[in-house]
Write a protein that binds this ligand. Structure first.
Ligand SMILES: C[S@@+](CC[C@H](N)C(=O)[O-])C[C@H]1O[C@@H](n2cnc3c(N)ncnc32)[C@H](O)[C@@H]1O
Length: 274
């Protein structure tokens, strides 16, 4: 199914009230719909996949070697969705994987897959900006297009730091800043800058799948990470492979575009408790 979207950019983020921010409910509704439409079906294939791959172009981890060794590690996945990445990390030797997600329908799929595959992942229904999990209880915090784009970095990065032990690592994937700058309000990414980088932070998509994403540019993201005690270990910009065709569902980025410009990025950081 094709996906187009229109945006209403906004420079500011929500207030830090203790009640759930409006965008959390908007995104939960959107992911409840997405679960009914496609993520539940995709979960079967993704959980069955042996190899760890990254992003919409399925780039193998064996080529990137960006993940730390997870053997014996306690992992929290923030915005786990159907939790296939958590499943891959558990198969790679993680001692414990806890998936946090705010959408009950996504967690239902994750629990069903977990029962089928017997991987003993644990799940928590919560906003990844405020998980309620005990502090300093994980070695790796992870997100692939979960909290990394749907949560306010001013909130989820401090929460990731709180959850990690000293020297714990944070690894996350999100779309590239260049992709966001070339993404029109409606339709596909093109070869022109159509969005200001100045003030880029919160993006509201309001088409048939309304959603609120957060995308501070690289320097803004790095500042938030440094302020929360993280040291940058690695940063990758990913391109589509030369033989890639357009993605079946995430059609806002044509494969030809992503063969020339990076449309996804991976960050790897280490926490230093002060
Ligand atoms: C694209 S999925 C990413 C997860 C996983 N990699 C996958 O593809 O299944 C995005 C997930 O983020 C979750 N999400 C959105 N906002 C969230 C929030 N505030 N807290 C926790 N999870 C959230 C959604 O419910 C959805 O399951």
């Amino acid at each position: 199914m094709a996906r187009t979207r229109r945006s209403r950019p906004s420079a500011s983020c929500s207030s830090g009230s203790v009640t759930e921010p409006d965008y959390v409910a908007v995104n939960r509704d959107s992911w409840t719909e997405a679960n009914a439409q496609y993520t539940d079906k995709q979960a079967q294939d993704a959980w069955a996949q042996e190899e760890i791959t990254w992003g919409k172009w399925s780039i193998p981890e064996r080529e990137l070697c960006v993940l730390p060794d997870v053997a014996g590690k306690e992992v929290v996945e923030l915005g786990c969705g159907t939790a296939y990445f958590g499943a891959w990390l558990k198969r790679a030797g993680a001692a414990r994987v806890v998936g946090v997600d705010v959408t009950p329908a996504q967690l239902e799929t994750a629990r069903r897959m977990n029962d089928q595959h017997g991987l003993a992942l644990e799940f928590v229904a919560a906003n990844a900006e405020e998980t309620g999990l005990p502090g300093e209880s994980f070695d790796l915090a992870f997100s692939e297009y979960g909290a990394s784009i749907w949560c306010d970095p001013a909130k989820w990065i401090p929460e990731a730091a709180r959850l990690l032990r000293d020297s714990g690592e944070l690894v996350f994937m999100r779309g590239s800043t260049l992709q966001m700058l070339c993404m029109p309000d409606e339709g596909q990414v093109g070869e022109r800058l159509v969005r200001s980088q100045k003030g880029l932070y919160k993006l509201e998509w309001y088409d048939d799948e309304p959603g609120v994403e957060f995308h501070p540019p690289t320097s803004g993201m790095l500042r938030i990470l440094l302020e929360n005690g993280f040291e940058l270990l690695d940063y990758r910009e990913l391109f589509a492979p030369e033989d890639a065709g357009d993605h079946e569902y995430y059609d806002t980025v044509p494969s030809e575009w992503a063969k020339r410009w990076p449309d996804e990025e991976i960050w790897r950081l280490r926490l230093h408790r002060r």
